[in-house]
Ligand binder design. Structure first.
Ligand SMILES: [Fe+2]
Length: 185
């Protein structure tokens, strides 16, 4: 059966793997819905809301060749790049590039913002070591020059905040019109 893009993503959000915690106090599903809600509350573009909502789809089985479970046992699943590649079938770079760059954005912020590291969850500190650690100065200036660096940093900050077990946010269907608009453009 061929599903419409948004139905395919809805299926992923409804999958059993989206109920995994991956070392955080919230499930992958709750984490993504919270990230989307934080972006929406910030009043950013629909593309950036979509990027926040979808930034971790690369953790889920069927998207890339490795899952978030493998990342948590020490193998980098390159979930930003894998998620972005999967989504690029339907969505333009303003959606996929911040997703592709949200892990480099963590490595970047660790290099340039001394207070940032202390904000990371224990799981994020662990995965940082698997993902290459903080950027060097040269890597950080290369990152800064990228077109979507600012958007990737924004997604990263919502990512870090979207780990609240008591948050009450809209479900996936709330984002259907936004995603349908972006996929059709
Ligand atoms: Fe995340």
């Amino acid at each position: 059966m061929i599903l419409a893009p948004v139905d395919e993503i809805a299926e992923l959000f409804g999958s059993a793997a989206a109920e995994d915690y991956l070392g955080e106090p919230v499930t992958v599903l709750a984490h993504l819905l919270q990230a989307g809600a934080l972006a929406e509350a910030a009043g950013v573009s629909p593309a950036l809301v979509a990027a926040a909502l979808l930034h971790d789809v690369g953790h889920l089985p069927g998207v890339g060749d490795r899952t978030g479970r493998e990342l948590m046992t020490g193998t980098d699943n390159r979930h930003g790049a894998q998620g972005a590649a999967w989504l690029a079938r339907w969505f333009p770079p303003p959606v996929t590039e911040p997703i592709r760059l949200h892990v480099p954005a963590k490595r970047y912020l660790c290099a340039v913002e001394p207070s940032y590291f202390a904000l990371l969850s224990a799981a994020s500190v662990y995965t940082l070591s698997v993902q290459g650690g903080p950027m060097t100065e040269a890597e950080a200036s290369e990152f800064e020059a990228l077109t979507y660096a600012t958007d990737a940093v924004a997604v990263r900050r919502w990512d870090d905040q979207a780990k609240d077990p008591s948050a009450d946010v809209p479900g996936f269907d709330h984002y259907r019109p936004l995603l349908e608009g972006l996929a059709a453009s």
